[in-house]
Design a protein around this ligand. Structure first.
Ligand code: URA
Length: 227
């Protein structure tokens, strides 16, 4: 929202009144006098006029959760338990997911009340790496490495998947690094290799956020140090 609209709405001044307060140097955003009426202002910023709070700053909140299998990556659902049901935080109602995992998948799920943060993590042009450990029902052929790097044509979406890194760790165990998150992406990629099916899929990392070894399934914690 633009600063002038916030002031006009909260103080009932109308747009002209808001501009006049701003030009008079009577408004601060985050403690700094601001005269630009078009300045975008988020709910994370405190706005003060003549010493009175027009908008209190909402705190940014970022969480990581170790999702167990069987839990839905959603904030509410009439049937299944969701990731939000596992979180006990006073501000949990403000949270949304920064990327989903399939119900059968496990591992790192990030939640936040900050849309800018979650959009940056899921923006395909930003090439944020998502790293998964996968187990398969059959041997993974060596040629899979090149196939993952080349990309697969996904007719439903009308696109070729971006180059992905596949490291074969054992006959039926691999680490996959993606920079995007299409629906059932890894399952669909393996299925193209003679119908290989996954027996487990576990997300270890999203960008700089690594699932800590001491965060057990169903546990969550606040991520500190992000402004
Ligand atoms: N790819 C999948 O197929 N499932 C997930 O949960 C994540 C990536």
């Amino acid at each position: 929202m633009k600063l002038e609209d916030l002031i006009a709405k909260r103080l009932g001044t109308g747009t002209r009144g808001a501009r006049s307060l701003l030009l008079g140097g009577r408004v601060t955003v985050g403690g700094t006098i601001t005269t630009d009426h078009r300045r975008p202002v988020s709910r994370f910023e405190e706005v003060v006029c003549d010493g009175a709070i027009v908008q209190a700053a909402t705190g940014r909140l970022h969480l990581m959760l170790h999702k167990p299998a069987g839990i839905l990556s959603a904030t509410s659902d009439p049937v299944h338990r969701t990731v939000l049901d596992l979180i006990d935080h006073p501000d949990k109602a403000t949270l949304h997911l920064a990327g989903r995992l399939d119900r059968s998948s496990t591992g790192l799920v990030l939640l936040t009340n900050d849309g800018t943060w979650s959009e940056a993590l899921s923006d395909p042009t930003a090439k944020v790496e998502k790293v998964y450990l996968v187990a398969t029902d059959r041997s993974i052929p060596d040629e899979a490495v090149a196939r993952f790097a080349e990309g697969f044509w996904f007719a439903t979406e009308g696109l070729t998947t971006r180059p992905a890194r596949l490291e074969i760790l054992e006959e039926r165990l691999a680490r996959v690094t993606l920079v995007e998150g299409r629906y059932h992406q890894i399952k669909r990629m393996f299925h193209r290799l003679d119908g290989i099916r996954l027996t487990s899929l576990h997300r270890e990392r999203v960008g700089p956020y690594l699932l800590p070894d001491d965060l057990a399934p169903e546990q969550w914690r606040v991520i500190a140090g992000i402004d």
